[in-house]
Design a protein. Sequence first.
Length: 232
Amino acid sequence: MAWSYDELIDSILENYQDYKNEEMMSSKEAIARTFYDFEGLMNRSETDKALINVVYGEILLTLPRVLYTVKNNLSKRLSELDFNLIEQEQKLTSEQYRDLFNRKNFVLQELENKILDYYPRVCWYYDELTNEVNVFFKQVNEENVLADEVISSVFQRFERDCKNTLSEKIIVYTTLAENLLNQGLSKIDGLQLIKQELQQFNITDIFEEQLLEKEKLELDKRIKNVLSQVSS
C-alpha cells in the first residue's frame, strides 16, 4: 500500500494511541510496539525511512525519559538520512520536504536534552502509572459498585503490570490505597491486604534504574502516609 505524507504520519500516531487506549499499554510499550509495526516499511524508500524515524522521535520526546540505547540508535539513524535521495525520490512536495527536514533537525536537537533512562525493561513511568490508576479508579467508582468490586477491577486492570516490575506493583497498590482512603474507606478488608503488602515493602528493594531518586523518595513518603491512615 502506498502512503501519502500525511497518511503515514497519521497512521503511526493512530497506531500508538490504539496501543495506549485500546490495549491499555504504557507509553513505553506502546511506542516500542508501534516502531516494530512500521520498522519493515523503512526499507521501501528513504522518504518512508525518514518519516517513520522522525515521527517515532517526536513521540519519544513526549516521554519523561528516553532509554539511552534508543536515543543513541535513533540519533544515528536521523543523522544518516540522505535528504538528497529523498528529494530525488520525488514523493514529497517542496513544502513537505522542508517540513520533514526541519522536524528531523528538531528531534535531533531535543533528544540531546532528554533525561536518559537506563532500565531496559518496558514498563510504566512513575507519574504515568499513578495517573492511570487514578483515572481508572474514578471510572470504576462512578459506577456505584461496592468497594471490594472496585479493588478487584483495579487489580484485574493492572495485573500484568504488577507482575512486570516491583515498582509498578507498589505504585498501583499505593495509588489504589490513596483513592480508597480519600473515599473514607479505611476499614475495608481489601485495604488491609494492601497494607500488608506495603508493610513488607522496602524502597531499597526496587532496582536502582526503575525509578529516579526523587521518585523513590516521593513513593516512600506516600507509602508511609497510607500506612499511617489505615486502621488496624
